[in-house]
Design a protein around this ligand. Structure first.
Ligand code: NAP
Ligand code: ZN
Length: 371
């Protein structure tokens, strides 16, 4: 059904979508290529929220060159939208442009709208194909798909460790275990996320800024701190110099006078404070992720926490992907990667599947997904 040329142009549309990786959250990353007489006449990718979608960008690109998109073939990595959100529907713009064919990599994962955009294009007499390089398109938008289909963000847990799986010295020092190339790669993953999440233990020990510095981005992720008793120091770096995105402090309860007074001091710094307790008086993790997807429209959460919170996240089955960096040295004594109870038999284990391995300078990066 698809030619080698179709594959080539859809690959170009996927490459175009990569330009939206740090930019379009919480909108999906979409790329669009418009081809006429074998030549690319327009290209576009999703802009920042409220800005044009990929199809409208690509059509504007065609027009800016004084060309006519009529009878062209449009390659787009996600089904064009058929609903008015912050921008008018892309389906209307495409119908007005009169292409001969629209080839789509994947349909809209939102069960309420999936297929409707394609139906309208078809009803307007445009030839439609769907499914070319579908898994590549899905890989680009794991978080968006997760939010639309499960009502949960995609949670990626990053850990930097020594060869013997230690993440900090016994005295708490962990900066830096890995080298500059691995750390820059870590920023590439930070930049893609809607938010970076840590526990108060890491704030107290490392005082991280948690912004994206090592890659160029117009947008900074939100920062979320899990801090049951509101013990984050008011002078912590993570509470200051945030630009476009803010900080959410999640505590267990705001019922007491003391917690309300503390919350007031954080709010005066522009920090949001919310409460979500579990039965142990810690932050309720499953409830938090549901809230982040449903109320805050967050697609991908990048976890950079320590031993304790990492353990809770794994025990409560909140992690979808592991991003592990191993530096080639032994630490001997030190703090481990995750606080989980030891197995009593090997068949109790939860296996993960390695989906990628790469070197960053001297350090090894493994990516794993749940089996
Ligand atoms: N190598 C690495 O990749 C890496 C990354 C980050 C940190 N670290 C190291 O890790 C150490 C800090 O470890 P940590 O374990 O104290 O930090 P953490 O996991 O970031 O924070 C733990 C704290 O989070 C709070 N919390 C709130 N809700 C929770 C829940 N449901 N489950 C678990 N915790 C919850 C708890 O404090 P409350 O009870 O007060 O809320 C808990 O003590 C530092 O030495 C740091 O350098 C290493
Ligand atoms: Zn659209």
């Amino acid at each position: 059904m698809y030619t080698a040329v179709d594959h080539q142009f859809m690959s170009q549309a996927l490459a175009e979508a990569q330009n939206a990786l740090y930019l379009s959250n919480p909108n999906p990353r979409v790329g669009c290529i418009i081809v006429k007489d074998g030549e690319v006449i327009g290209r576009g990718h999703t802009q920042r929220v409220g800005g044009p979608h990929a199809e409208v960008q690509a059509l504007a690109d065609v027009k800016s060159k004084g060309l006519d998109p009529a009878r062209s073939t449009v390659y787009v990595t996600l089904e064009p939208c058929n609903h008015s959100g912050r921008t008018p529907p892309c389906v209307d713009a495409l119908i007005a442009a009169k292409p001969a064919m629209v080839i789509v990599a994947m349909s809209d994962p939102n069960p309420l709208v999936g297929g409707k955009g394609l139906e309208r294009l078809k009803a307007a007499g445009i030839d439609i194909r769907c499914g070319l390089l579908e898994s590549e398109a899905q890989a680009l938008n794991r978080g968006f798909i997760s939010r639309m289909t499960r009502g949960l963000p995609w949670v990626r847990m990053k850990i930097a460790a020594s060869l013997d799986g230690k993440t900090a010295l016994p005295n708490g020092q962990s900066q830096w275990i890995t080298g500059p190339l691995a750390r820059a790669d870590g920023h590439h993953w930070r930049a893609q996320a809607c938010a970076i999440l840590i526990g108060v233990g890491t704030v107290k020990e490392d005082d991280p800024s948690l912004n994206v510095r090592d890659v160029k981005t117009e947008r900074q992720p939100w920062r979320i701190i899990l801090d049951s008793k509101l013990e984050t120091p008011l002078g912590a770096k993570v509470l200051s110099n945030f630009n476009a995105s803010g900080v959410i402090l999640v505590c267990a309860s705001l019922d007491s006078r003391e917690s309300q007074d503390k919350a007031k001091a954080f709010k005066a710094l522009g920090v949001e404070v919310i409460a979500m307790a579990n039965a142990n008086g810690k932050v309720d993790l499953p409830k938090l992720f549901t809230y982040l997807a449903k109320e805050r429209h967050m697609n991908e959460i990048h976890v950079e926490a320590g031993f304790k919170l990492n353990g809770s996240l794994l025990r409560e089955d909140c992690v979808d992907e592991l991003l592990l960096y191993y530096a080639p040295f032994f630490m001997g004594e030190g703090i481990g990667m995750v606080n989980i109870s030891p197995l009593t038999a090997l068949d109790e284990r939860q296996d993960w599947q390695i989906i990628d391995q790469s070197l960053f300078g001297p350090d090894l990066r493994l990516r794993l997904s749940k089996k």
